[in-house]
Design a protein around this ligand. Structure first.
Ligand SMILES: Cc1ncc(COP(=O)(O)O)c(C=O)c1O
Length: 440
């Protein structure tokens, strides 16, 4: 049995066996205070669509007022991780202080139940059952466990990834060659990308690789932000007996979807990006009935509890304790409203930048493929050095931070990601800067 699980069970039985002393109220109170009430947001008239709300300045200023943001720079790299809103930060600080004070007395006696409550809250938001997810420290831990643990591969089978996938997930997928004796192949996404040519690229790969058994699919990639038609590709794969592992590090929380919408049996999820939980919170999803296809964690005993697939050791207790608060705020704003607001901010710069001579925008005009993230480069400047120079120029000459990204088959680029607290004026500053940068 996973030592973490064993420890939790032991702690659970400890909690059952030991009576709480009268003076033990602090830990008990902390458990009860899992999700404090949130400050109200302006009322939205009934029937207001997310698209209409997206340009309601007063509403989004009220949302932005829940966040501490910096004046030092125009911060357009909100894809790294998601800033916590102030109520989440405050709750996190309180939980951190409580855990630090009550120490093992809290961790052994109360944390197991609170950790379960956090898992249940995450499962509800993800649209799955609690026993289909295990909380992790992020999408990396979740996906490493799923890719490395997927045990239906046999020597001679083929595994596929694409140029848009995340660097470390590509590394783990390539490692399957040594670990499982499989052939690992990659494809490049077409550019410019559109719904049909992207699906066609995966279909062509499935048809040209008769031994293909597993594909890594990145729902929203971190290079150009394209939303992959995951459900469609998953269905086509399933019909051919091919499994998919979905990296939805950037999908869940910013797109109006839940995990079953992906039509996939395995997914790695981040909760510290677009949900805004403290850094160190993610989840792995395995559909009921598929757990046996993922190895227990590094020599742990096989079991039918998904928690035997991850062994994190001692965790950042307070981060998980604040997860329900972050999920409550996410629900209060509404994911469809978040998605529409992020799309408005993204379209504001993408559409203006398309008209600038010398700027190549890496973004689809198809709303189905649109996320908060999009990228650009100076036309013809595709090297990694070019993208670093461009990012540096934006910082030094225009006070704008957007991160260089490489790995696309078409070359390196600079990535732009607003957050839900980003004002329109920041996107306009970027467009002004791009006009100047394009002139040289
Ligand atoms: C597409 C994608 N997958 C996985 C990850 C890994 O997420 P984390 O570092 O939070 O575990 C990231 C991180 O940015 C990502 O962009």
């Amino acid at each position: 049995m996973n030592p973490q699980r064993r420890a939790l069970l032991r702690a659970g039985s400890l909690a059952a066996a030991l009576p709480l002393a009268a003076g033990a109220g602090s830990a008990a109170a902390a458990s009860a205070a899992l999700a404090p009430p949130l400050p109200p947001l302006p009322a939205v008239p009934a029937g207001t669509t997310p698209e209409v709300l997206a340009s309601n300045q007063a509403y989004w200023q009220a949302v932005a007022a829940q966040y501490d943001t910096t004046d030092a720079i125009v911060q357009l790299d909100n894809a790294y991780w998601g800033a916590m809103a102030r109520p989440v930060l405050r709750h996190y600080e309180q939980q951190l202080a409580m855990v630090n004070r009550d120490n093992a007395w809290y961790a052994r006696m109360r944390f197991p139940a609170d950790f379960e409550a956090a898992r249940a809250a995450a499962a509800r938001a993800l649209g799955v059952a609690s026993d289909e997810i295990v909380l992790t420290r992020g999408a990396t831990e979740a996906l490493q466990v799923l890719i490395a643990g997927y045990n239906r591969l046999r020597p001679g089978d083929t595994v596929l990834y694409a140029d848009i996938d995340y660097d470390n997930m590509i590394t783990v997928t390539r490692w399957l060659q040594q670990r499982r004796g499989v052939q690992v192949v990659s494809i490049a996404m077409p550019e410019p990308f559109a719904h049909d040519n992207v699906v066609a690229a995966y279909v062509a790969a499935m048809e040209s690789q008769p031994t293909l058994k597993l594909m890594l699919l990145t729902h929203v990639n971190h290079r150009n932000g394209m939303v992959l038609p995951v459900a469609e590709i998953s269905r086509l794969a399933r019909a051919r007996g091919i499994d998919v592992i979905v990296d939805t590090a950037h999908g869940f929380g910013q797109l109006d979807m839940t995990i079953p919408d992906l039509q996939a049996d395995f997914a790695g999820i981040n909760l510290h990006k677009w949900i805004g939980a403290p850094v160190g919170v993610g989840a792995a999803y395995v559909k009921r009935g598929r757990l046996a296809d993922i190895d227990p964690y590094l020599g742990e005993k096989a079991g039918d509890d998904i928690r035997t697939r991850v062994h994190t050791g001692t965790v950042n207790f307070a981060a998980y304790l604040s997860l329900p608060t972050a999920l409550d705020l996410h629900a209060q704003i509404g994911v469809a409203n978040k998605q529409a607001r992020l799309r408005l901010l993204r379209n504001r710069w993408v559409e203006a930048a398309r008209g600038i001579d010398g700027i190549e925008v890496l973004a689809s005009g198809d709303p189905r493929l649109t996320s908060a993230i999009a990228s650009f480069r100076l036309r013809g400047k595709t090297s990694v050095a070019d993208s670093y120079a461009l990012s540096k120029k934006l910082v030094q000459q225009h006070g704008i931070f957007a991160v260089p990204r490489d790995g696309l088959a078409s070359g390196a680029c600079v990535r732009v990601t607003p957050g839900i607290f980003t004002p329109e004026s920041h996107m306009d500053r970027l467009v002004d800067a791009l006009r100047k940068v394009a002139r040289g």
